[in-house]
Design a protein around this ligand. Structure first.
Ligand code: SF4
Length: 460
């Protein structure tokens, strides 16, 4: 276990890394000072505070070296698959083959934050007619135009059907710019009619069996395209092994989330937990290393829980957080204001659920794709959030709106109504743009007010 848990600055981290390097302490190949990423333009890193464990340092360096990994994979002759929108399904297929690497160009969502809007990507999106009325995923267009943030993939896939208007319009614009896309459909998940054959999905939703069969046939098309790209056969046994491997990642994350969201004091800050959860979607372009990174993080958290060490006062307000924040610094801010995370729904809850291993593998992935909280009704999503609130014992909910995101116009109201009715908890809706510096006093006041409300309710 590291020394006493505390949050440190990037400069403190770099001094520590320098000390370790001088002492010959082994580092992973992608390790080193975080300051080098800031020097490359990721200047938001200078404003964040980080957990001081070696496991957290490894997590950050792993995240921030993804572009290098993608370029190295291409140089080594592996094919790159840009998987768009489905968040967690196509990468499981791709990583089942050893010469494919899948990643989400959607990840450009965070570039305006990490580079403090200095990347020029939003201006390029503007010039292509995709302005700030769209969510930050529009940065992806600029990344394709410049080619400066990820290599242009050998194959691009995108799920359509029950997809937000933002992504649908942006992906069509990308296609219009000359990037061929393999479209595949995930239909809207509806409640089965009375007497209609139904399938229970991972995560607790159900769907008509006919929808599962349809998505399975769509995944069959993807399977053939991936086979063609890789020159390898993606048979059921190979895919089954891929699912087992993906489930290994999900199981590690499940244990990590359980400990981080329930132990007192909180053993791992909100920011590192957000990054860790994101690894589930496409394994940050290296599935084996994702497992090592999560094992280290889980080891650190387990030791801290056993030793009773961690963060935040014992009376920190237990917050359930809905939607990822466009500005990562807000996760630090929550803790500054007296809160801690006890449950999350960052738009990809289905990528955290175990994939069924007892049904044919394409059927299992079809079930998972249909379990996406964003392909059903917001009421469905709210129902799942309520169940998770109860599981983790949260005392309040924050719905973090994403600027321009089509689903954010009304979802906060629907989620808030159900949470108040079912759990009687306070719900706060805030909007988090890619840079919140100008809003910090307002956001702090609102977060502090929520924390005070939670504490006052304890004394009723
Ligand atoms: S609108 Fe929401 S779901 Fe759609 S791309 Fe943006 S953040 Fe993702």
């Amino acid at each position: 276990m590291s020394e006493t848990p505390r949050q440190i600055t990037l400069q403190e981290w770099d001094r520590q890394v320098e000390f370790w390097q001088a002492a010959g302490v082994p580092q992973p190949a992608y390790g080193g000072p975080l300051g080098r990423h800031a020097a490359d333009g990721d200047t938001r890193l200078l404003q964040l505070r980080y957990d001081n464990s070696r496991a957290a340092l490894r997590l950050w360096n792993f995240l921030l070296t993804e572009e290098d990994r993608l370029r190295a994979a291409r140089e080594a002759g592996r094919k790159l698959v840009g998987t768009m929108k489905d968040l967690g399904t196509v990468p499981v297929l791709a990583y089942s083959l050893d010469n494919l690497v899948a990643f989400y160009p959607d990840g450009a969502w965070w570039i305006p934050c990490v580079m403090e809007v200095n990347s020029g990507l939003l201006q390029i999106a503007d010039s292509l007619g995709v302005d700030e009325s769209f969510c930050p995923v529009r940065a992806m267009l600029g990344a394709f135009v410049t080619g400066a943030h990820f290599p242009i993939p050998d194959l691009l896939t995108c799920s359509v059907g029950a997809t937000c208007d933002d992504f649908s319009a942006i992906a069509q614009r990308l296609s219009g710019l000359g990037h061929p896309i393999l479209w595949w459909e995930i239909p809207h998940r509806r409640i089965p009619d009375p007497g209609e054959e139904a399938t229970e999905l991972p995560g607790g939703f159900s769907a008509p069996a006919s929808l599962v069969r349809f998505v399975r046939s769509e995944l069959e098309r993807l399977r053939r395209a991936l086979e063609e790209l890789s020159g390898q056969t993606l048979d059921d046994d190979t895919l089954r092994r891929g699912i087992v491997q993906a489930n290994h990642v999900r199981a590690l994350l499940a244990r990590l989330r359980d400990l981080a969201f329930t132990a007192t004091p909180c053993p791992m800050p909100a920011l590192e937990m957000l990054i860790a959860e994101m690894l589930a979607i496409h394994f940050c372009s290296d599935q084996d290393e994702t497992i090592v990174v999560l094992q280290e993080l889980l080891g650190e958290v387990t030791l801290r829980v056993a030793a009773g060490t961690g963060y935040s006062p014992a009376d920190a307000a237990r917050i359930f957080w809905v939607n990822p924040v466009a500005d990562l610094q807000v996760m630090n801010l929550l803790e500054d204001c007296g809160g801690r995370i006890c449950g999350t729904e960052y738009l990809f809850a289905h990528a955290l659920d175990p994939i069924p291993e007892t049904v044919p593998p394409l059927e299992a992935l079809a079930q998972m794709a249909l379990a996406d909280p964003m392909v059903g009704s917001t009421t469905d999503r709210a129902t799942r959030i309520v169940a998770e609130i109860r599981r983790f014992g949260a005392e309040a909910v924050i719905v973090s709106r994403i600027p321009g995101a089509s689903h954010c116009a009304l979802e906060g109201e629907i989620i808030g109504e159900l949470v108040r009715a079912e759990c009687g908890l306070p719900v706060l809706e805030i909007e988090v743009p890619p840079l919140t510096d100008a809003l910090r006093p307002t956001l702090s006041t609102r977060l502090q007010a929520l924390v005070e409300t939670v504490k006052n309710r304890r004394n009723r």
